[in-house]
Design a protein around this ligand. Structure first.
Ligand SMILES: [Zn+2]
Length: 314
């Protein structure tokens, strides 16, 4: 009799646990659906791909502007405000911004003296070019490749799209963790780590590589519209590959496509961009005056002239 009561009690506790897990799962699935559906479907310019993003354009721009202020404040003494290179960065930036599918960004272009071969554009049109990459760019057309690629990331709202993917992955991890509640912690840890690695390799990294490729393709079109020869992109990415220190990571584990994939894709998209280039140079309607041959960029290596009174709000 006593054994029977205990068995019923255990069974009831089992049901209660299942009900709790079920309820939690329903809440998490509901939350994931809410995140997904709240993000309205929209179309990426140039490629026409449909996407969903985590934040409104307005919120993205606010976040971008805040982050830009912080980063510039941190590197205030490295900001290069005057001189031919800073002028060229602004000019290439303004030329491309003028022909990009601009949703009304408050554009800013900053040259930062640093050996880093890097550049970025935050949501809202806040661009930074590190002087290290000027050596790879070599001239204004090379600089236009970098500029157009980074601007393309921002116009295509890749940051906010990635944010949504990460939020959904986190909810997935939580749901899995809830489902595995009955397992011992070592097994649960292993399964969660496996799921995390699977999501990284199977979803997040491939998405990241697709975004890189999309920025390459949109960038080609933007530089062509601005009157820069898009063929310059091939040479630029070849030089970037040659400048890399250490071996290239395997593509499946990388946020970026391999050098070979990138160059092959650029070759594939080049005819479309050359059409755009011919149109922009023939009609001259959307183009600022060209000044070929482009002046070589010869910025001395960092550190830049120190400016004690440099302010980040410039
Ligand atoms: Zn990129």
């Amino acid at each position: 009799m006593q054994r029977q009561v205990r068995a019923v009690a255990v069974e009831e506790r089992g049901y209660a646990e299942i009900a709790t897990v079920g309820l939690l799962l329903a809440i998490l699935v509901g939350f994931a659906l809410f995140l997904y559906c709240r993000a309205e479907e929209q179309t990426v310019p140039v490629t026409g791909r449909t996407q969903r993003v985590a934040l409104s354009e307005e919120d993205q721009a606010k976040l971008g502007a805040g982050a830009y202020r912080d980063i510039l404040a941190e590197s205030a003494t490295e900001i290069v405000r005057t001189g031919p290179e800073a002028t060229l960065v602004r000019r290439a930036g303004e030329r491309i911004a003028e022909v990009a599918d601009d949703p009304g960004f408050a554009w800013e272009f900053t040259l930062i003296a640093s050996p880093m071969k890097n550049a970025w554009c935050l949501p809202g049109g806040k661009v930074a070019i590190y002087s290290g990459i000027l050596e790879v760019a070599q001239d204004e057309e090379g600089l236009a490749v970098v500029m157009a690629h980074e601007i393309a990331h921002a116009i295509a709202q890749h940051g906010a799209e990635r944010m949504l993917q990460e939020q959904l992955t986190q909810v997935g991890l939580l749901a899995l963790s809830t489902t595995l509640g009955g397992l011992d912690s070592a097994t649960r840890g292993t399964l969660l780590a496996l799921f995390g690695a699977g999501a990284q390799l199977g979803v997040l990294l491939p998405f990241s590589r697709d975004m890189e490729s999309e920025a390459d393709r949109i960038g080609l079109i933007y530089m062509a519209r601005a009157g820069y020869n898009p063929e310059a992109a091939i040479g630029f990415w070849e030089r970037m590959a040659a400048a890399r220190e250490g071996p290239e990571p395997p593509e499946y584990a990388s946020t970026h496509p391999s050098d070979a994939t990138r160059i092959a894709n650029l070759q594939k998209w080049l005819p479309e961009a050359m059409e755009e280039y011919r149109r922009s140079t023939e009609t001259g309607t959307r183009m600022l005056p060209r000044r070929p041959p482009w002046r070589p960029l010869l910025l001395p290596p960092a550190p830049a002239p120190r400016m004690a009174a440099a302010s980040a709000s410039d």
